[in-house]
Write a new protein. Structure first.
Length: 255
């Protein structure tokens, strides 16, 4: 079955067929000069936030059809969607891909609005985490989850796991990490949260297993600057607490 971008504001030659979930493995957003001026960076961020865990979203160069953008390519079939330049339009496209009905469908509009509302709550929560206000961040993330958005739910649970760990709700942090992994089994960030929760609960072997799994999924984490800084902090802490011995050697990660 095909989904068509059917907004009446699009001329006929821009009403591109958009195929179903099984045929979309990657989404590319043109961030070349013309599309960037038309709002493609916002499109990129919205699609990234709402994409299913097994669908990657990447920026790319010109896709053609300059002036009819921002343009989005759906791979592997190479379908092109034009005029995807608003947060609402990007959200409707993503919802329409996996629920059918087409852009402009009333049900999809409702689902996309809910997803954008949840994303707004998540962004506010992330700012609060940066400020150290973890309790309020946890509250906002709970609100976002309760909205039952279309996409990014695994990220919401991962973010709430971080907040709950910071307020010493270790069992809640562990539950959220597990829920995130249920939704996205290869989500490296959720394994980090799971490991941190196990570590806080003195379950060292379980923590090591989670961290090792994370590294298997994404070895590049070891090279990140934030990882190296946090690794040193945790190492010094463990030496002070004298909990490192010959039986436990930990691979340490940031949350």
């Amino acid at each position: 079955m095909h989904l068509w971008v059917t907004s009446s504001t699009y001329p006929p030659h821009l009403r591109f067929p958009v195929k179903s979930e099984a045929q979309v493995e990657e989404i590319r957003v043109c961030t070349n000069r013309t599309c960037r001026r038309q709002g493609s960076m916002q499109t990129f961020h919205i699609l990234t936030a709402l994409a299913p865990p097994d669908v990657s979203v990447k920026s790319c160069g010109c896709l053609g059809r300059c002036g009819a953008g921002p343009n989005v390519a759906l791979l592997p079939d190479g379908q092109i969607v034009g005029h995807c330049g608003t947060a609402a339009g990007a959200a409707e496209l993503m919802v329409g891909l996996w629920h059918g009905g087409g852009v402009g469908d009333a049900c999809n509009k409702s689902k996309s609005k809910t997803s954008l509302d949840a994303l707004a709550l998540r962004m506010r929560a992330e700012a609060l985490v940066d400020e150290g206000n973890f309790s309020e961040a946890e509250r906002l993330l709970s609100q976002a989850i309760d909205l039952k958005p279309f996409g990014g739910v695994h990220i919401l649970y991962k973010k709430r796991s971080v907040a709950r760990l910071a307020i010493h709700n270790y069992s809640g942090a562990l539950e959220d990490a597990a829920e995130s992994l249920t939704l996205a089994p290869n989500y490296a960030g959720a394994y980090i949260c799971q490991g941190d929760a196990f570590l806080a609960m003195d379950q060292y072997d379980a923590a090591q297993k989670s961290y090792s799994t994370c590294l298997e999924i994404d070895p590049s984490i070891r090279r990140s600057k934030s990882f190296k800084v946090e690794e040193q902090i945790k190492w010094e802490l463990y030496k002070e607490l004298e909990i490192l011995d010959g039986a436990h050697t930990f691979i340490l990660f940031v949350a």
